[in-house]
Design a protein. Structure first.
Length: 169
């Protein structure tokens, strides 16, 4: 209150100066909604990529700010995988032994990889936009199971029909 009275005495006005946060927005509500709709459809897209795809007219920082302001989305980094204990290894070996009886049709839908760390995104860690109240989006989750191969430990990755939606350029 003191600052308002002081401004009135010194300048004869209580109007805000230009650049103090009340000027017009750089984007329209429609452009903001388009950005949010794109993130709902493609949660593994970065804010920068979503802004480019939707022709968002403002900067990357403004796109990130709009996502936080007008939606319940928050950008999260995937959790870091914990080290395996001996009990984990034994449980996984038992699980893998159950799959020895499956036929060729089953194995045609499985991708084998080793436990080498690789990047599936050239932007570093995989980030996704999720609702603030949710830890993950169930229909976008791919099941991953450790599997002992003849040449060492590996992974069995289930490939759902929506795997094409998960790939981000």
């Amino acid at each position: 209150m003191f600052k308002i009275v002081k401004k009135w005495r010194e300048q004869g006005t209580i109007e805000r100066a230009r650049g103090t946060g009340l000027e017009n927005k750089k984007t329209t509500n429609n452009e903001d909604a388009t950005l949010i709709q794109h993130l709902r459809a493609h949660p593994f897209t970065t804010a920068t990529a979503a802004a480019q795809i939707t022709n968002f007219p403002a900067s990357r920082r403004t796109a990130q700010r709009r996502i936080r302001q007008i939606s319940d989305f928050r950008c999260r980094v995937a959790a870091i995988k914990p080290f395996l204990t001996q009990q984990n290894k034994e449980n996984r070996m038992g699980y893998a032994m159950q799959y020895l009886i499956f036929d060729q049709n089953f194995w045609e839908n499985v991708i084998f990889t080793d436990e080498k760390v690789f990047q599936s995104s050239r932007n570093g860690k995989i980030r996704d936009f999720v609702l603030d109240s949710m830890k993950h989006i169930l229909n976008k989750t791919i099941a991953v199971v450790d599997f002992p191969l003849m040449c060492g430990p590996g992974l069995v990755v289930g490939v759902p029909d929506c795997v094409g939606e998960l790939m981000v350029d």
